[in-house]
Design a binder for this molecule. Structure first.
Ligand SMILES: *Cc1c(COP(=O)(O)O)cnc(C)c1O
Length: 416
C-alpha cells in the first residue's frame, strides 16, 4: 500500500502536476467536488474585469462586434469540441443542460416522426440524473402524442429495453451518483441497430474522460461547463449535434439567435444552417466569457495523461479507503473495472450524510447524494496523489473517532 511519502514522490513525477498552479484553491481545503462545481481558474479574475470594465463599460453595444460577443457561443463551442471528438461547427455553448436536453429531444423525436413515425417510446435510465427524466416527462406531456418513458434498471437491462418501438435513447455517459461509465460507441451501435437515435448527457464526462462523439457515431449530446470544465457557477451549457442531423429539423425554441440573419428582423423564422440554429435568445456574455478560462487549461492537458491520472487517483482512493477504513460500513458503488469508471468515486455509508458534513468541517469537500452515498470527485487537473492520501487520512480519523456522530452534522438544513 502507498505511503504518504510515496504519494508525494508520485506527485513530483506527475506530468500534469504543474497545472494545479493554474487554479486558485483555498488553503486548508482538499476539493473533491469538482464534478459538481469546478474551481476558479486564475485567469478568470482578470478576464472578468476585462469583460466588465472594457467590453461592457467602454465598448458598450459595439462589443457585440468589436469583442466578438456574437460569435462567443460558436467560438467557444469549437474550442470545447476538441475535447469531445467534434468537428468544427458542431458545438455551441448556450443555455442550460436542461434546456439543451429539450432541444435535442425535440429534434430527435421530430426526425423520427419523419422517418419512423410509429415509434412512441423514449428509453432512459431509472438512475439517470433527475433533470434528464423530468425533461422527458415534460416533453411527453407537452406533445400529447402517446409517448411513453421506458426506464432501464436492474430488472430491465438495456438489451431488453431496445426494440423497434423506441424512438430515442437518452443516457448519461458517466452516472452522476455511481460514476459508472458507458461505452459510448458500443451502446450507440446497439441503439442504431434498432433505428434508435441517441442523446448523450456529458455533464460528468466532458473534461473528465475521453469522449469521441463522431468516432462513436453519436447523434446528439449535451452537457455542463461548470463541472469538470471549471466554467464557474451557473456557466452556460453546451449542445452537440452530428452534422448529419443539424439541418434536418429546426428545434422548437426557435428564438432570434437561431435565425439565419437575426438582424434582418424578418417576420418569418428561417433557421440558421448548422449548429447555430440550436441557439435561442441573447446569451449570458459575462458568464460565457469566463468559460474560456477553464477550457484553456483543459486543452493544455493531454487527454491520455488526464485519463491515466484519473484512473490512478481513483484506484488509489478506493484502495486506501478499503484498507485504512476497514471495519467501517463502507460499500463501494463505483465500478472497479477501468473501462466502466468515470472520474469520481462513491461509497455508501449508513450515516453518509453526517460523515460528509464532518469531512467538510475538516476541509475535505465532497458531497452527499441520496441514498447514503458519499461522492468524491477526483479531478486530475488540480488534485494530486498526496491530496488523495490526506483526504482518506481525515476520513479514517472521522470514522475511527465517530466524530460524525454529532447533532450539527445530522441536521439537514442546506440546499445541496
Ligand atoms: C449536473 C447535471 C445536469 C445539470 O443540468 P442543469 O440544467 O445545468 O442544471 C444535467 N444532467 C446531468 C447528468 C448532470 O449531472
Amino acid at each position: 500500500m502507498f505511503t504518504l511519502e510515496e504519494c508525494r514522490q508520485a506527485d513530483t513525477r506527475d506530468p500534469l502536476g504543474p497545472l494545479k498552479q493554474r487554479f486558485s484553491l483555498p488553503d486548508g481545503v482538499i476539493y473533491l467536488d469538482g464534478n459538481s462545481l469546478g474551481v476558479l481558474p486564475n485567469t478568470a479574475r482578470a478576464r472578468s474585469t476585462e469583460v466588465i470594465d472594457q467590453e461592457w463599460g467602454v465598448g458598450l453595444i459595439r462589443s457585440w462586434n468589436t469583442a466578438n460577443w456574437f460569435e462567443l457561443p460558436s467560438r467557444l463551442g469549437n474550442k470545447l469540441g476538441q475535447l469531445l471528438g467534434a468537428h468544427e461547427d458542431e458545438v455551441v455553448i448556450t443555455d442550460t443542460t436542461s434546456l439543451n436536453l429539450f432541444k435535442a429531444l425535440a429534434a430527435a423525436l421530430r426526425i423520427q416522426q419523419e422517418t419512423r413515425p410509429q415509434r412512441r417510446v423514449i428509453v432512459s435510465e431509472r438512475d439517470n440524473f433527475p433533470t434528464d427524466l423530468y425533461m422527458i416527462q415534460g416533453m411527453i406531456d407537452f406533445l400529447q402524442q402517446g409517448y411513453e418513458l421506458r426506464l432501464i434498471d436492474d430488472e430491465l437491462p438495456l438489451e431488453a429495453a431496445l426494440d423497434e418501438d423506441v424512438a430515442v435513447l437518452l443516457l448519461s455517459h458517466v452516472n452522476y451518483r455511481t460514476g459508472a461509465l458507458y461505452d459510448m460507441a458500443a451502446v450507440t451501435a446497439q441503439a442504431h441497430q434498432y433505428g434508435v437515435l441517441t442523446i448523450w448527457d456529458l455533464a460528468h464526462a466532458a473534461g473528465a474522460v475521453p469522449v469521441d462523439l463522431n468516432g462513436a457515431d453519436a447523434d446528439f449530446a449535451v452537457g455542463c461547463t461548470y463541472k469538470y470544465l471549471n466554467g464557474g457557477p451557473g456557466s452556460p451549457a453546451f449542445i452537440w449535434v452530428s452534422q448529419r442531423h443539424q439541418d434536418r429539423f429546426w428545434q422548437p425554441l426557435s428564438g432570434w439567435w437561431g435565425h439565419q440573419r437575426p438582424f434582418d428582423m424578418a417576420t418569418e423564422y428561417q433557421p440558421a444552417t448548422g449548429i447555430r440554429r440550436f441557439l435561442c435568445g441573447t446569451q449570458p456574455i459575462l458568464s460565457m466569457s469566463l468559460v474560456e478560462c477553464g477550457l484553456d487549461v483543459a486543452l493544455e492537458a493531454d487527454m491520455d495523461q488526464l485519463r491515466a491520472k484519473s484512473l490512478a487517483l481513483t484506484d488509489l482512493f478506493i484502495a486506501l479507503v478499503e484498507e485504512r477504513c476497514k471495519g467501517h460500513p463502507l460499500t463501494l458503488v463505483t465500478p472497479r473495472d477501468h473501462q466502466k469508471r468515470g472520474s469520481h468515486v462513491s461509497f455508501r455509508h449508513p450515516e453518509g450524510f453526517a460523515v460528509m458534513q464532518a469531512l467538510i468541517a475538516r476541509g475535505v469537500i465532497g458531497d452527499y447524494r441520496e441514498p447514503e452515498v458519499l461522492r468524491f470527485g477526483i479531478t486530475p487537473l488540480y488534485l494530486g496523489y498526496a491530496d488523495v492520501w490526506n483526504a482518506v487520512d481525515i476520513l479514517k480519523d472521522i470514522l475511527d473517532s465517530r466524530s460524525w456522530d454529532k447533532p450539527e452534522f445530522k441536521e439537514r438544513t442546506s440546499v445541496t
